[in-house]
Design a protein around this ligand. Structure first.
Ligand SMILES: *Cc1c(COP(=O)(O)O)cnc(C)c1O
Length: 352
């Protein structure tokens, strides 16, 4: 199925009018041997490494590799300084400060609200149901004014589950605005990415990242996939050199080794299975929620006590008990075999 949706009807007028800053590296991209256009230091870099030249502002080589791996043309790809930059730019593109609003599922990732707050945009929460699935009707008929985007997250953080495909399709069809699907954990799941639906839904935006499965959190590279129309707008309003050349080089090296990502993911999935079966043996664990991510949400009688006990044993987990629908819950990242064993051994001696 397809949807007709003209994103120009909801892009802010001031954003449409902006003429982009044209950097030196924008205006000349061909072959040359003498570069006197960007006021760089011609002698090299203090410290001796070769960092005196500005990087490619559009990360073309990196996008070419991502395009091959994700099977989508480069003009559907935007790269940000982490997904966080991409989220911020979406607010800037669609939401007028003090006037427009966004919607998010709850519980979900905390960054949507931080970014909304920074941009002085209201963000409303639509509660998941008891199976941690969105309620399509509540999202489609939200009843708020000027809602321009909805943030979905699948697999969802902190609950770990994939969102039901049919519910997402209904939202994509009927929600009057952009539908952002954050797939930071997609590599750990059995589902294929929503990237494959981009050509059918002009209101769809997919977020992914190199921070999790690729093990490159330090590089700060987030990927946003959307229509070429939206990508052009994001390129126009981003900071000119938002991804350093070093980060681009490291990411290129990683993407050329992408079989190593598959090996790491499969090891983490093996560990996930093993950790869950060991957690199931423990009386202090009341419930283990199904997960499609590299973490697992568990329920326990006294989460604050368990959290403190674990930190006293030098093991840090994430206490989520104060989050909507996560009462009693702790989120545990899947570690190495030996890290997971340390956790299990500690929990064996834990008393409530
Ligand atoms: C970790 C995470 C990200 C990644 O953010 P980066 O800025 O790319 O490191 C994005 N979304 C969710 C839901 C996450 O949990």
């Amino acid at each position: 199925m397809k949807r007709q949706f003209d994103i120009n009807t909801i892009i802010r007028e001031n954003i449409k009018r902006i003429k982009p800053y044209s950097s030196a590296r924008d205006e000349f991209t061909g072959e040359a041997s003498v570069f006197l256009d960007a006021n760089e230091n011609p002698l090299g870099s203090v410290g001796g490494t070769q960092n005196n030249r500005y990087p490619d502002p559009y990360q073309r080589e990196l996008k070419r590799l991502i395009s091959e791996i994700k099977e989508i043309e480069s003009n559907y790809i935007f790269l940000g300084n982490g997904s966080d930059e991409a989220i911020d730019l979406l607010f800037k593109t669609f939401c007028r400060p003090g006037i427009d609003a966004a919607l998010q599922i709850s519980p979900s990732y905390g960054m949507y609200k931080v970014s909304a707050d920074v941009n002085e945009v209201k963000i409303y929460e639509s509660s998941l149901d008891k199976n941690y699935q969105p309620i399509a009707q509540n999202i489609i008929n939200h009843g708020f004014d000027n809602v321009k985007m909805v943030f979905l997250c699948s697999p969802n953080n902190p609950t770990g589950n994939l969102l039901d495909k049919n519910i997402v399709y209904e939202i994509l069809h009927k929600f009057n605005g952009m539908v952002i699907i954050d797939e930071a954990y997609i590599d750990f799941s059995s589902e294929r990415s929503w990237i494959s639906e981009l050509k059918n839904y002009p209101n769809l935006v997919v977020l992914q990242t190199l921070s999790k499965a690729w093990g490159l959190a330090n590089l700060r590279i987030g990927m946003l996939f959307a229509s070429p129309e939206l990508i052009a707008v994001l390129n126009k309003i981003k900071l000119p050199y938002n991804i350093s050349g070093l980060a681009q080089d490291y990411a290129i090296k990683a993407l050329k080794n992408h079989s190593q990502k598959h090996e790491m993911v499969s090891e983490i999935l093996t560990q996930r299975l093993s950790l869950i079966s060991q957690l199931e043996q423990l009386a202090c664990i009341e419930h283990i929620y199904p997960t499609d991510a590299n973490f697992v949400l568990i329920k326990t009688a006294n989460p604050n006590k368990m959290y403190t006990y674990l930190t006293d044993n030098k093991i840090v987990v994430r206490n989520r008990t104060n989050i909507h629908l996560c009462e009693g819950c702790i989120r545990i990242t899947i570690g190495t075999g030996s890290e997971n064993n340390s956790l299990i051994e500690a929990l064996k001696s834990y008393t409530e």
